[in-house]
Write a protein of this length. Structure first.
Length: 107
């Protein structure tokens, strides 16, 4: 009986761990992408809505997830001017779909 109880506890623990893995495994921070867009381009941006859309799209679409990762990596430690000059191409679609709510690649 103890082995069966231990197995049930272990299975539940594993399932809770797996449910939280999506957030833990995310390789990009939507809050950084949306925050930088708000700081550098549009101070009226609803950052919370942008982050929610970005995370949802990244969870649903691996192509978007890779673009968001590339965008965030480009933004790291850059001023608004530097980011605008070197990250526009990497971040354009991520920002369009997250901050501006425009469509894009679908799974």
């Amino acid at each position: 009986m103890k082995i069966k109880s231990l197995f049930v506890v272990a299975a539940l623990g594993l399932s809770f761990y797996m449910v939280g893995c999506g957030e833990a495994e995310r390789t990009y921070e939507c809050s950084q992408i949306c925050g930088r867009y708000a700081d550098c381009v549009d101070s009226k941006l609803d950052k919370s809505d942008c982050v929610d859309k970005c995370e949802d799209k990244g969870d649903a679409n691996s192509e978007f997830e890779q673009k968001a990762t590339d965008c965030e990596n480009c933004l790291d430690d850059k001023s608004c001017t530097e980011a605008g000059a070197s990250c526009t191409t990497k971040c354009a679609e991520v920002v369009a779909q997250s901050a501006l709510g425009q469509g894009g690649a679908q799974d």
